[in-house]
Design a binder for this molecule. Structure first.
Ligand SMILES: [Zn+2]
Length: 427
């Protein structure tokens, strides 16, 4: 581990600003920014960027501009209020390399509130952890990147490369927020996304397909249930078939250079089920929203076709579904996997930052979830790094980020920015 004088000044500035960083993170986590309700988060980020003198671009996303772009996933809800916010820093002498820093402000639903020890949108610091929905995934990372920039300034320095600080939505369901920044024209020599990776660098990540099974039944009085067909139990039949498909895809994963190290990288999840109208009526309908993963290099279209074939085959051996096959709707993510490539330069820069903070070489993470990095890497060959703090219970209850790990990842982010973009004395 070697720390230069410039690095030491930046590290000290992160420490000096950490209480303020934590206060801002708490305010950000307190906003219940589930899908469709991200507006107040985007307002807050816009204000934070303007206060710091960044040039702010705050726009409504027009889906018509995005539909034909690689990685687009269909949006089903009201999108009229959907916004992206980008703050840009332009160097006086633009000799350094440019960088995109990105965070998503959308969070997944909190689930049953009574399963939380403290309310999900009333963030609490306890035992060196910040608890709250989004504290870990990934509001602490976004605010951390902002304070990493602040620390460079507080150290009396300024970056010599252009920086776009991007706050996006829809990371948890389609990724069209990230896609909108690329459609808008934002590009850089590298992208950095501080998702909570447990202080590891995402080497390879899965892609995800969302789909909805729309299953029909034949409604009769339950007194003569045998003369009808139950859409809910028919949905179970289809779920069992899709679990077999999951097994088959996991067998294929054994030949992936990164994912072969994991026992079960492909996870299928029936995540929402709705159906029926009355306890004494055989249900005429059942909708099941599903998620399944694919690996880097796997074609989305081919795997959509396999899902359709699986559902069709299972329907053929079902008494009612054979004549009334279910519909399959694509209901969100249509996202490819991404393996970090063309990344030697930013990884070398990050390696110096990592060594100065943690000591040694950056460990890899083979990630069974996805991040927005894929759009930068796949669509524009912009190497896109993903690294951040430690925590637990993302998408669960009592979600938290570990504050010591957040302090460290903020330091690594700040040193990476300085190393990648270059810095010069502010005056
Ligand atoms: Zn996330």
């Amino acid at each position: 581990m070697s720390v230069t004088d410039t690095q030491r000044r930046i590290l000290d500035a992160v420490d000096a600003g950490f209480d303020a960083q934590l206060a801002t993170t708490r305010d950000f986590v307190a906003i219940p920014s589930t899908r469709g309700a991200e507006g107040p988060c985007q307002d807050m980020i816009g204000d934070l960027l303007r206060q710091r003198g960044y040039e702010v671009d705050d726009w409504h996303i027009n889906l018509d501009d995005l539909k034909d772009l690689r990685g687009y996933g269909p949006i089903e809800h009201d999108f009229s209020k959907a916004r992206t916010v980008v703050g840009t820093y332009r160097p006086t002498n633009g000799s350094g390399r440019s960088l995109i820093l990105q965070g998503h402000c959308d969070v997944v639903p909190a689930g049953p509130i009574d399963m939380w020890e403290t309310p999900p949108f009333d963030p609490v610091v306890k035992n060196g952890r910040l608890y709250g929905r989004g504290a870990c995934d990934m509001k602490s990372g976004t605010i951390g990147a902002l304070y990493a920039l602040d620390a460079i300034k507080a150290a009396g320095l300024r970056p010599t490369g252009r920086i776009h600080f991007q706050s996006v939505i829809e990371e948890e369901s389609t990724g069209v927020g990230a896609l909108s920044t690329l459609q808008r024209g934002y590009r850089a020599d590298a992208c950095f996304i501080p998702e909570p990776t447990g202080a590891k660098m995402v080497r390879s990540q899965v892609g995800v397909i969302w789909f909805r099974l729309r299953v029909r039944g034949y409604p009769v009085h339950v007194a003569t249930a045998g003369s009808g067909s139950n859409a809910i139990t028919a949905a179970y039949h289809l779920i069992a078939a899709l679990e077999k498909l999951e097994e088959e895809w996991n067998r294929r994963a054994a030949s992936d250079p990164h994912f072969k190290t994991l026992a079960h990288p492909i996870n299928f999840n029936p995540g929402i089920i709705k159906g029926g109208d009355w306890a004494s009526s055989v249900p005429a309908w059942c909708d099941v929203d599903c998620r399944i993963a694919v690996l880097p290099g796997w074609s989305i279209a081919d795997h959509q076709a396999e899902i359709l074939a699986c559902v069709a085959a299972a329907s053929r051996d079902h008494r009612f579904l054979s004549n009334n096959p279910p519909q399959v709707e694509w209901s969100g993510f249509l996202s490819e996997g991404y393996e970090l490539t063309n990344s030697a330069e930013p990884e070398a820069a990050f390696g110096k930052a990592y060594d100065a903070v943690y000591g040694g070489a950056t460990p890899d993470l083979v990630f069974t979830a996805l991040t927005d990095t894929r759009f930068y890497g796949l669509n524009y060959d912009i190497p896109s790094l993903c690294f951040g703090a430690s925590g637990e219970a993302m998408h669960g209850f009592n979600e938290y980020v570990d504050l010591d790990s957040l302090r460290q990842s903020t330091k690594a982010t700040a040193l990476f920015i300085a190393e990648w973009c270059g810095v010069e004395p502010a005056q």
